[in-house]
Write a protein that binds this ligand. Structure first.
Ligand SMILES: [Zn+2]
Length: 492
């Protein structure tokens, strides 16, 4: 019912052997404590060089048996959908063949389905194993207790303790954080993947409780005091976080992106069969400090070191709390929960695509840096500006499908991206001409005609109204206006 470590490895081996154009399997540099090889699989279709990467990790905690299976099955599903040009449904949540094609042709999808193979083997071992084992299989010298909790071992506020983060190898919560940050080969593999690939979005899939989680874990999250940054906190103390009452900063733009994307994931999971996944920060799970978690670590990297890429780190907790721990971790019938998980992951993958990046960079080799700069440096700083960013992120995926299904529209989209790029790289006083406005409006009208989604139609008409008022103005003024007036839909 649950795949053994070697069965998981062989699914990846089969995918790589049968579909070499789609899948490649790599052995990660660090073998497990007991010497097992650990594999990751990269999935991508089509050509092109550098892409945005998504990394999905499962099996970090040994007893959470469902998620490694769900992750490899998702890759099988994607491979078959892509090759047969069919859509994919999990219960009431569906994706079209074109959706799948766009995902595989725009992203590098990485999976590390079984991050902790020794632990999984120990859980599945009929004689002498432990069904409730959570950690890896490290022998901790000088104590009768084995294992390090790999999700407390990352180099992020490491060594600060809380309700489920402990310096004691024999802790009842099985959450011993290890002798040093990244002391464990299995957690070091996550660091390696982030160091060597352009990972923009990360999900660590756990069980149970039906949550979609985002940072922070060591402290409550706040968006107002940018002087509160974790790099100044004392670590390795084996004591609770100091100062008391500390709250960690997150930019309003990142906070709103985390909430928007998590909400989309939860909405898609609900479509499957009605389960309600709740959005929370990692801190809120135990209502107390959790340090050294992978999802916080990946997101913290660009703050600790500005030369690194930003990675949005999420964690899922799949499956309900049934009141019985063994059955919550290892349900008798995991199939419905795996479908929920696959829908959530597919939603996350979809949300990782950037339409402008794709149209500009991948299809037409244009650098869209100037557009990105306006988004991140100017619009992201005000509430109204973030409203426009959210609007764009909401509509981009449904509209990208429409644009790519028609060559004329694809060409027109590229022309418009090129024109916006020209305007935004020119002098700040470059004028948005009447022709620019007419052309933009004609494009929006064409999209509105072709979409059946009422919410998307409303968003398009909001943009249309704004664009109408932009003719004859200089770029600086238009951007300032976006930053000042929220995208309010038409009342009538
Ligand atoms: Zn877990």
């Amino acid at each position: 019912m649950y795949r053994t470590v070697s069965q998981l490895d062989s699914v990846m081996g089969i995918l790589a052997a049968f579909f070499p154009d789609l899948c490649s399997r790599v052995e990660l540099p660090n073998r497990s404590i007991q010497g097992r090889p650990i594999y990751a699989l990269r999935m991508r279709a089509g050509g092109g060089g550098a892409r945005r990467g998504v990394l999905l990790v499962g099996g970090m905690h040994a007893r959470e048996l469902m998620n490694p299976d769900a992750i490899v099955e998702l890759m099988l599903d994607l491979a078959l959908s892509y090759l047969n040009e069919t859509g994919r449904s999990y219960g009431g949540a569906s994706w079209s063949a074109l959706d799948v094609k766009i995902m595989l042709e725009t992203l590098d999808i990485w999976i590390l389905p079984c991050a902790n193979p020794d632990g999984r083997e120990f859980v599945m071992q009929q004689v002498g194993g432990d069904r409730m084992w959570r950690q890896n299989r490290r022998d901790n010298p000088g104590t009768p207790c084995d294992g390090v909790d790999l999700n407390r071992n990352s180099d992020f506020v490491w060594g600060v303790t809380g309700p489920a983060t402990s310096c004691n190898p024999c802790s009842s919560t099985r959450s011993y954080l290890g002798p040093t940050p990244f002391s464990e080969p299995e957690s070091k593999n996550i660091e390696y993947l982030c160091d060597t690939h352009n990972i923009k979005v990360f999900a660590d899939v756990h069980s149970f409780s039906e949550f979609v989680l985002y940072p922070w874990g060591h402290a409550p999250t706040q968006t107002t005091d940018s002087t509160k940054v974790f790099t100044g906190l004392a670590t390795g103390t084996c004591a609770p976080l100091t100062p008391a009452g500390y709250k960690e900063y997150m930019t309003p733009r990142d906070f709103s992106r985390y909430r928007t994307v998590s909400q989309r994931v939860a909405d898609r999971i609900r479509q499957v069969r009605g389960r309600n996944y709740v959005l929370k920060s990692v801190f809120e799970v135990y209502n107390g400090t959790t340090t050294g978690s992978c999802s916080d670590y990946v997101y913290s990297r660009h703050i600790a070191n500005a030369s690194r890429n930003k990675t949005y780190g999420f964690a899922f907790e799949t499956g309900p709390n049934t009141g019985n721990d063994v059955l919550s971790f290892q349900p008798t019938d995991p199939e419905p929960i795996k479908r929920d998980a696959k829908a959530g992951l597919l939603a996350l993958i979809q949300q990782s695509i950037c339409a402008i990046d794709f149209i500009g960079t991948s299809l037409f080799g244009l650098s869209v840096e100037s557009i990105r700069t306006i988004r991140d440096r100017m619009l992201a700083n005000t509430e109204a500006g973030r409203g426009w960013i959210n609007l764009f992120e909401r509509v981009q995926f449904p509209l990208l499908g429409i644009v790519l299904s028609d060559r004329t529209l694809t060409k027109e989209a590229a022309t418009l991206v090129r024109r916006v790029k020209t305007l935004t790289t020119q002098h700040k006083k470059a004028i948005v001409s009447k022709e620019d406005v007419d052309r933009g409006i004609a494009f929006l009208d064409e999209l509105a005609k072709r979409t059946t989604d009422k919410k998307v139609k409303i968003d398009l008409s909001t943009v249309r109204r704004f664009l109408k008022g932009a003719g004859g103005q200089d770029v600086e003024k238009v951007i300032a206006k976006l930053g000042k007036s929220k995208p309010a839909p038409n009342k009538k």
